[in-house]
Design a protein around this ligand. Structure first.
Ligand code: NAI
Length: 630
């Protein structure tokens, strides 16, 4: 408890994300033909009141006149304001209850809607300083308490003077009138609150800019519920990741910078220094040299499937968790595979090309339905299984081979060898992963095994197929049609020409690695990867991490969580527990998992402990990274 400190907090756009009068206008003017016009006028008058061209009292009178508010509008207003409390205020309820005698709400708004919102946070009615409505007998708002200092210019200053608080006064707000309290000498510090709006003049006059309440509490060592303010965590998103990702991370309170392109190694080495969370797609190369410069980096998210653009070994050695989006674009690939099968079975590319050349070649020759045909899947993972289900619903018979034991979905038939699939399938579709040993998994021998006129599809990885063998198989008629989306060498940018022995071949659909490239997939990835970042930062969970032992952790309740990443050498867990025992600490829960390179130990402990235990844990030999969460 800090008895000599008082916290004076603004309401509109600070305690809540919105301006209450804007919301009230939406409710009270509902159905009026001139609603929008009136709202515009109200906004205009607010600005005039702020810039001094009319007095505050005049602005209040004029706005109330336009609003036509009534008592019955208050309950819906209050419920909307309750739903609009600023995120960082919601997170830090404990602060308000702990300091309830020292928190004041000061506002030029009205008690009738402020009190029901802030009292839920334990703020006392006598600590709410605001205007009050006057109603007539029918419940119409006809004015306000004119004796209230807050109904005239400089009201907040006058009100604070009257209060005469016996200690240090800290003002938090987003408006100039909040700064005026400090300017008049009545407050020790003014914090410009920018979580909802940022006004240049206010920010320029502030002692400190606080993008959330977390930052204010952290600066003043008042934080009780979070270990580190998110606004101090820098996130860098490159290569134009979907805007929804930026929104998720900003809503969570992180400081997010985004850039539309990839950075070169040199640029990234410079930029990465103060970055804690890095988001990339496939073009940014995160090399060992980049990681050497990444002193604060906790996690990297690949907003795509592949992670070979990241030096995973080095990232692991440095205790940096890497995530990707392994199934966000599964459906997109599956849809394309289905479409291609149908197009190829009907020889559509040939027919379309002829039409463009002016040739009308109407015939049913070499055109088939996919219904009843055998689809042979090589690789029965995320994509293979989903394709299996949808292909069956089109009436296809599905055979599959996977090198691992995989549960067969629907009526799909599991084959024990790849050859078994190749022997029978009318359509062969590859969905294996890109491991090195899959290089040339399909070559001349495999094509020879396939049925004559087989339809062949590769949407997996380019090196999996011997392209020269595929060319021969197409030219010989063994392969009746094929679709290829991935190539052993792919141009690095759209400016580079695409060279391939497959160019110009008949009934051959070539696409530039766009199997997973749809708006929906990008959006899914934009939801998925930030979710992984947040789980990792907020709870330590590493589920689906590419390079870390995967642990899914329960949310932390009433405990502190010690997260220890270390080189995988024997005896570290014992040493951690020895340190905890030496400090008489009670372990509430403990989780350990290792991989070849590192060990990941999570220990939940009671909230009360001597802080030097943290130092001792950090000092354990072979520690890579250590952090405390609460
Ligand atoms: P996944 O990892 O879920 O499935 C791959 C499956 O292949 C696993 O079940 C694995 O056991 C199996 N497998 C690996 N090698 C095999 C072999 N030699 N023989 C038989 N089975 C083998 O991967 P997911 O998500 O289904 O993706 C499949 C492929 O599609 C990957 O190569 C991925 O990179 C690629 N992909 C391509 C996209 C595009 O834009 N064209 C987009 C998304 C994925």
């Amino acid at each position: 408890m800090t008895p000599s400190k008082f916290f004076v907090i603004d309401f509109d756009s600070t305690f809540t994300k919105v301006e209450a009068f804007d919301v009230l206008a939406d409710i009270s003017l509902e159905g009026l033909p001139d609603k929008e016009e009136r709202k515009k006028q109200i906004h205009q008058i607010t600005l005039q009141g702020m810039d001094g061209s009319i007095s505050f009292r005049q602005s209040l009178e004029q706005r109330l006149h336009l609003l036509q508010a009534e008592r019955k509008h208050l309950p819906p207003l209050v419920s909307r304001l309750k739903a609009s409390v600023s995120e960082s205020f919601k997170r830090n309820r404990e602060f308000f209850t702990t300091y309830k005698d020292h928190v004041y709400i000061i506002s030029n708004g009205f008690r009738e809607f402020i009190e029901p919102v802030v009292s839920e946070f334990g703020i006392k009615p006598e600590n709410i300083l605001a205007n009050e409505f006057r109603f007539d007998a029918s419940g119409k708002v006809i004015g306000f308490d004119e004796s209230n200092p807050l109904s005239v210019n400089n009201g907040k200053v006058e009100q604070l003077k009257k209060l005469n608080l016996p200690g240090d006064v800290y003002v938090i707000g987003d408006g100039y009138t909040d700064y005026e309290i400090k300017q008049s000498g009545l407050a020790n510090r003014f914090y410009a609150f920018t979580e909802n709006v940022e006004r240049e003049v206010v920010v320029n006059n502030a002692d400190h800019v606080t993008p959330s309440l977390d930052e204010f509490l952290y600066l003043n060592k008042l934080n009780t519920v979070i270990s580190y303010p998110k606004n101090r965590i820098n996130v860098l998103l490159l290569e134009n990741v979907h805007p929804v990702a930026i929104k998720h991370l900003r809503d969570e309170g992180f400081k997010v910078d985004s850039y539309h392109a990839a950075l070169t190694e040199d640029e990234l080495c410079e930029r990465i220094r103060d970055v804690s969370v890095l988001g990339i797609r496939s073009k940014t190369q995160v090399t060992a040299r980049v990681l050497q410069n990444a002193n604060r980096l906790m996690t990297i998210g690949a907003f795509c499937i592949g992670t070979n653009q990241i030096d995973l070994k080095e990232a692991t050695r440095r205790g940096i968790a890497v995530f990707n989006a392994p199934f966000s674009n599964t459906r997109s690939v599956v849809e394309l595979a289905l479409a291609q099968m149908i197009m190829l079975m009907r020889n559509i590319t040939e027919k379309s090309n002829k039409m463009h050349a002016g040739v009308w070649d109407k015939s049913a020759k070499n055109s088939f339905e996919v219904r009843g045909k055998k689809l042979g899947l090589i690789g029965y993972g995320n994509i293979g299984t989903q394709l299996s289900v949808l292909a069956e619903s089109l009436g296809m018979r599905v055979l599959y081979y996977d090198c691992e034991e995989k549960l067969s979905l629907g009526n799909a038939i599991k084959c024990r060898t790849m050859a078994e699939v190749l022997d029978q399938a009318d359509v062969v579709s590859l969905h294996v992963d890109g491991r090195e040993s899959n290089t040339h998994l399909i070559g001349q021998r495999e094509f020879d095994r396939m049925k004559d006129g087989v339809i062949f599809i590769n949407l997996s990885r380019g090196h999996v197929v011997n392209i020269d063998a595929l060319r021969q198989a197409i030219l010989s008629g063994k392969v009746g049609g094929c679709a290829v989306d991935v190539f052993p060498y792919e141009p690095v940018s759209n400016d580079e020409e695409f060279h391939s022995p497959l160019r110009g071949l008949p009934n051959t659909i070539l696409t530039p690695h766009i199997g997973g490239s749809t708006a929906e997939a990008q959006e899914n990835i934009g939801h998925f990867v930030p979710g992984k970042f947040m789980d990792y930062i907020n709870t330590g969970s590493t589920s689906n991490a590419v390079n870390f032992p995967n642990i899914t952790l329960p949310t932390l309740e009433n405990a502190h969580r010690l997260i220890h990443i270390h080189e995988n050498v024997p005896g570290i867990l014992a040493r951690i527990n020895q340190v905890l025992a030496n400090h008489g600490i009670n372990i509430v829960g403990q989780y350990l998992k290792t991989n070849e390179q590192i060990g990941y130990v999570i220990t939940d402990i009671n909230k009360e402990y001597e802080k030097d235990v943290v130092k001792a844990l950090r000092a354990i030999e072979h520690t890579i990274k250590f952090r405390v969460l609460y």
